[in-house]
Write a protein that binds this ligand. Structure first.
Ligand code: GUN
Ligand code: ZN
Length: 448
């Protein structure tokens, strides 16, 4: 058992009703619950004095002062949840291109090719996880490459650290270079054996991962849909409606499909725990379909701005009520830092509000931006109450944030008049220096 005393940030509600909560003098107690000895969870959280009083009444081993780490001036906050990234694209960050398709061909595919070497995959996996954790991300849904070794390498590295991580073999059997292209049946057999090997092991999860419509045959998409039905607790991850050239390509491949999104629906790839990155150029029927299928969007603003893909329509998404949250999309995205991603999301929402934007106004608050990268993203992944919040019973993944991490941030946050102003100042000025410590749930040592 371990306890931490500092200010505490948590969330309740969802979407437009989201509410951030703040305890000036809070206490967070973590440890093992008798019912589940496999992982460390939050045993109590709230106002310091209230938790201390309630603890005394719970007839649990006493909380001794020496077990409480006092962190004055710091903030305990939920670990960030990154809904979309590509672990093999860490070395692609900052590769400029005129748009998605040339970027894939000239930078991304050559980089991904290197992951057929298991030593390379294993070493990049370690650096990727270090970067993620250093930036305060404790849960990630991320693409691997078309090589089984890349999936095994990342899962092995995450298992060693007892992290909550979801990934899967990137499926491509057409329109991709030799070396990244599968034979269809083999790709589906490999996916199945990886699901059997990794899904639900420790805190790991498997995501069935067709890259996007142009690089999968109908047979591969159909096979992925069959596996999604056979293993309903797995995740699905892919891309949709990111870039206008990509959409035209899908139209040429599927001239009679109602839309790009409906190609996935036709093969059973829209369901709960399905996460589609970007979802920019949607129409009303697409948004209704996302809602109807309980499918979530991963919004990736730094990538969309960097590659010139477009602007996610927040107001329309809220109107239709489908789930969404934030993703870094490393390496189309430019940063591992959730602060940069939240700021990018704010720019996108503000752009939609700009004169001539011709859209209903959308009020983007700091609380809502932060929720999209924590409790909201967890909800969109089907992990509400498991990660992404500081609530009793959630896994003990949390951050110690330092609002004084730079002289400028210290000056600015000292002048915040309320929680909203404080969170906004941190979003705008924050980076990995603001993450003083990332704490992830420990795996208890076996009792003799
Ligand atoms: N669409 C298909 N593959 C990718 C990728 O690797 N990154 C992004 N941003 N979009 C894609
Ligand atoms: Zn992506």
């Amino acid at each position: 058992m371990k306890a931490y005393r500092a200010a505490i940030l948590s969330f309740s509600g969802a979407g437009a009703e989201v509410q951030a909560h703040w305890q000036d003098d809070g206490l967070l107690v973590t440890g093992i619950k008798n019912q589940d000895p496999t992982r460390e969870v939050i045993l109590a959280v709230g106002d310091y004095q209230t938790v201390m009083n309630q603890w005394a009444a719970r007839q649990l081993p006493p909380l001794r002062i020496e077990d409480i780490e006092h962190l004055p001036g710091k903030i305990l906050a939920p670990g960030f949840v990154d809904m979309h990234s590509h672990f093999p694209q860490m070395d692609v960050i900052g590769s400029p291109a005129t748009g998605l398709l040339p970027w894939l061909e000239n930078y991304t595919f050559p980089q991904e090719m290197k992951f057929q070497d298991p030593t390379h995959a294993a070493s990049v996996a370690e650096v990727f996880l270090d970067e993620m954790l250093g930036n305060g991300v404790t849960t990630a849904l991320t693409f691997a490459t078309a090589h089984k070794t890349s999936v095994d390498g990342l899962f092995e590295a995450a298992e060693k650290r007892h992290l909550r991580l979801i990934t899967g073999l990137c499926l491509m059997d057409q329109n991709a270079p030799q070396g990244l292209r599968h034979e269809t049946e083999q790709s589906l057999r490999e996916t199945q054996s990886l699901i059997e090997r990794w899904h639900g092991v420790d805190r790991l999860g498997y995501a069935i991962t067709p890259r996007f419509v142009p690089t999968s045959s109908e047979a591969q998409l159909g096979g992925a849909g069959e596996l999604a039905k056979q293993y309903p607790s797995t995740w699905i991850q892919s891309h949709v409606s990111e870039n206008t050239d990509e959409i035209a390509w899908v139209k040429a491949l599927y001239p009679t499909a109602r839309s790009y999104l409906s190609v996935y629906d036709d093969v059973g790839l829209l369901r709960e725990r399905a996460v589609y990155a970007h979802c920019i150029h949607f129409d009303t029927d697409d948004r209704a379909l996302m809602k109807d299928r309980d499918t979530a969007a991963a919004i990736c603003p730094t990538s969309n701005l960097f590659l010139g893909s477009g602007y996610f329509d927040y107001a329309a998404a809220e109107n239709h009520g489908f789930m969404f949250g934030l993703g870094s999309d490393v390496g189309g995205g430019t940063s591992f830092s959730p602060f940069k991603t939240m700021l990018g999301a704010f720019y996108v929402a503000q752009y939609q509000n700009s004169p001539g934007g011709n859209k209903p106004l959308y009020a983007s608050t700091a609380q809502h931006l932060w929720w999209q990268h924590t409790a909201g993203a967890a909800k969109a992944l089907g992990l509400e109450g498991v990660v992404g919040n500081l609530r009793e019973g959630c896994e003990a993944d949390f951050l110690v944030l330092d609002p004084h991490s730079t002289p400028l941030m210290a000056r600015r946050t000292a002048q915040a008049n309320n929680l909203e102003e404080l969170l906004f100042a941190m979003i705008v000025l924050g980076d990995d220096r603001a993450v003083a410590r990332t704490v992830t749930a420990k795996k208890p040592v076996k009792q003799p």
